[in-house]
Design a protein around this ligand. Structure first.
Ligand SMILES: Cc1cc2nc3c(=O)[nH]c(=O)nc-3n(C[C@H](O)[C@H](O)[C@H](O)COP(=O)(O)O)c2cc1C
Length: 189
């Protein structure tokens, strides 16, 4: 019999997966629900689908299952305070967005964080049981980006951080994309 999985090793291994950070929100019965979430991923380009894993213990869980719609803000480096706040367990639900600079999504009116690089509106296509998380696969119905900011907020081993980009793009020289100067690490575009 192999030894059972060491829970600490499992958590430590997952913590080594660096990720971006999002805010995901929905409006349920007139109340804004929003969480910080990093378990977000692209799934399909055609049709456009993304996924989000939601902890079933979160207050966000029931509302997002009920509405079937959710808005994603992909946070910029400036969004760290927003990320910290919306990950604070037990924060008051009412008026939780008072300290989050935000605007409203065009389709469902869900909150979109201003301190972001891009925004998506999604409609749940399938919800899968993932044990203590529910895996929402959403059809993307609207997306937008901004040129005002170009540095993502990152998360690694329980620390927020920022990205240092190498000058050579994986897209190759002939494809459109941000062009970064070799001697700059502050982003470009
Ligand atoms: C960097 C970071 C990433 C997180 N990612 C997720 C996630 O992907 N899914 C999730 O359900 N909770 C995630 N959380 C935890 C929630 O943000 C946190 O539990 C939040 O307080 C839940 O709010 P609620 O109880 O109002 O729903 C994350 C927290 C942090 C700090």
């Amino acid at each position: 019999m192999p030894d059972p999985l060491d829970d600490a090793a499992f958590r430590a291994a997952l913590g080594r997966f660096a990720s971006g950070v999002t805010v995901v929100s929905t409006v349920y019965e007139g109340v804004d629900y929003a969480i910080t979430a990093s378990a977000f991923s692209s799934v399909s380009l055609d049709p456009p689908r993304v996924l989000l894993c939601v902890d079933s213990h979160n207050r966000f869980h029931h509302p997002v299952l009920q509405t079937g719609t959710w808005a994603v803000s992909i946070l910029a480096d400036e969004g760290q305070d927003v990320a910290t706040w919306l990950a604070t367990r037990g924060r008051p639900l009412e008026h939780q967005l008072d300290r989050v600079p935000h605007h409203r999504s065009p389709r469902t009116g869900a909150a979109l964080a201003d301190d972001a690089l891009a925004w998506l509106e999604c409609r749940t296509w399938q919800a899968y049981d993932g044990a203590d998380h529910t895996i929402l696969v959403g059809s993307v119905e609207w997306a937008a980006t901004t040129d005002e900011r170009d540095d993502p907020l990152m998360y690694y081993r329980s620390h927020y951080g920022s990205l240092v980009r190498r000058p050579v793009s994986e897209r190759g020289p002939d494809l459109p994309g941000p062009v970064l100067e070799p001697d700059t690490d502050s982003g470009g575009g």
